[in-house]
Ligand binder design. Structure first.
Ligand SMILES: *Cc1c(COP(=O)(O)O)cnc(C)c1O
Length: 429
């Protein structure tokens, strides 16, 4: 499939039925798989043969969907996880252990910040957060001899910074570690981080990939480009014998598939955050129209951002598609066809006006979600970041008046009309 254009891959990659098999990807709703002899099964447990035996490790429905996302990103191997959180955790934990250090952009999803600042810390992995707009030299200062990975988001949620992927790849590779990029917001339709030097890509498939707000899910894709063997002492989990698999060495036995094989055979085996085959099936239905939906999200968001930008009641608008945006030129370089459908903005009058405005919306719903077909809003200061003071909010890069607006694929005139009537009510006060 790799010779086809990305639109064709969205529709047809992954499931390739043979003669007489179902045209549509079936849901293999089975925990187990049958074998004829004890020896056949034993060889699977030794990773001597490949084949299905238990859905926590692998399932044909999940594998077909992982393969589709792998082809969309241009990787060599991929796996699904139960959520984006699980994907980011596994992606890091697969190559970090107690005593190790990681570096992460400070502009990341709140759940990711908690994961790397608090939870992995309890497991002995320390994380240094860096300003994604820092110079290469400044980034370099965050690295230590025991640093194992650099992590960032291609478009940060909710700050909407666009990552200078080449700069981050340079910083990572200059210190002999891989760059992991969470590519949830632009999706591979708008940005393919491997083409700019990223080594591993993660996704919360919950967002645009699913696209309909039906299933929480995640994915990890490996480019196969990072040479673990060159840093064998740094990544013993990949380059030294695994006693839990009779001493196999992942890099020797699986080559470019080493990273994903280890994450599946070892991390998923032991931690078990699998995606259900039912959810993988629904995710695949979403992926079949990803190439149609993403451009519409971006086109609508561009028009809404321009509308808001010109409105006297709007204090500020953050959307990288606007020419005066700080990230406009980075967006033009890394995602020239568009960024994503998420906009943030604030109203004249601040926090209280933001809340009042949101309550007046009719078509646009208040929900804790982004990046699905239906336009929605969230006020982080009142919702996801509710426990913080105004000072803490500013420190976290979330202005107290910030409204996160996720533009759907409805008719943009109806979206703008709803915003307009809500803004008018406020004006009448
Ligand atoms: C939502 C999100 C996550 C977490 O994904 P879940 O599927 O909710 O676990 C991680 N990264 C980014 C950029 C996200 O938007």
């Amino acid at each position: 499939m790799s010779d086809y254009q990305i639109e064709t891959k969205c529709v047809q990659s992954g499931w390739r039925p043979k003669k007489g098999e179902p045209r549509v990807l079936p849901i293999y709703q089975s925990t187990t798989f049958k074998y004829d002899t004890s020896d056949q099964m034993g060889r699977l447990f030794d990773l001597e043969d490949s084949g299905y035996f238990y859905t926590r490790l692998q399932n044909p429905t999940n594998d077909a969907v992982a393969e589709k996302i792998c082809e969309l990103e241009g990787g060599v191997a991929a796996m699904l996880t139960s959520s984006g959180q699980a994907a980011n955790y596994y992606a890091v934990f697969n190559i970090c252990e107690a005593g190790d250090h990681m570096v992460c952009s400070s502009a990341v999803y709140g759940g990711t910040f908690n994961l790397f600042s608090a939870t992995v810390k309890k497991q002995g992995i320390e994380c240094t957060f860096v300003d994604p707009d820092a110079s290469l030299e400044e980034l370099g200062q965050a690295f230590r001899p025991n640093t194992k990975v650099l992590f960032a988001e291609s478009i940060a949620n909710p700050a909407l910074n666009v990552l200078d992927i080449e700069k981050f790849a340079k910083a990572a590779h200059g210190h002999g570690v891989p760059l992991i990029v969470d590519n949830t917001f632009p999706t591979p339709i708008n940005c393919r981080p491997f083409e700019w030097g990223a080594d591993i890509v993660t996704h919360s498939t919950t967002k645009y990939m699913d696209g309909h707000a039906m299933c929480v899910g995640g994915c990890i894709v490996d480019s196969g480009n990072f040479d673990w063997g060159q840093y064998a002492d740094k990544y013993p989990g990949l380059t030294k014998p695994d006693p839990t698999y009779h001493g196999i060495v992942y890099t020797e036995k699986f080559g470019k598939g080493a990273y994903i094989t280890k994450a599946t055979a070892q991390i998923m085996r032991d931690l078990g955050s699998i995606q259900s085959p039912q959810n993988a099936f629904l995710l695949n239905v979403g992926l079949e129209t990803l190439h149609l939906r993403v451009p519409r999200h971006c086109e609508n968001a561009q028009k809404v951002a321009e509308y808001l930008n010109g409105h006297e009641k709007v204090a500020w608008v953050n959307f990288a598609g606007l020419k005066d945006n700080k990230y406009y030129s980075l967006a033009q370089k890394y995602m020239p066809n568009g960024t994503c459908g998420v906009i943030s903005f604030g109203l004249v009058g601040g926090r209280d006006v933001s809340v009042e405005f949101m309550d007046k919306l009719k078509l646009i719903a208040i929900v804790t979600h982004v990046a699905d077909a239906r336009t929605c809003v969230l006020h982080p200061a009142s919702h996801t970041h509710r426990q913080m003071t105004d000072e803490q909010l500013v420190e976290a890069g979330v202005a107290p008046d910030l409204i996160r607006l996720s533009i759907g694929i409805e008719n943009v005139q109806d979206i703008i009309a709803d915003l307009d009537q809500a803004l008018k009510t406020i004006e009448n006060k």
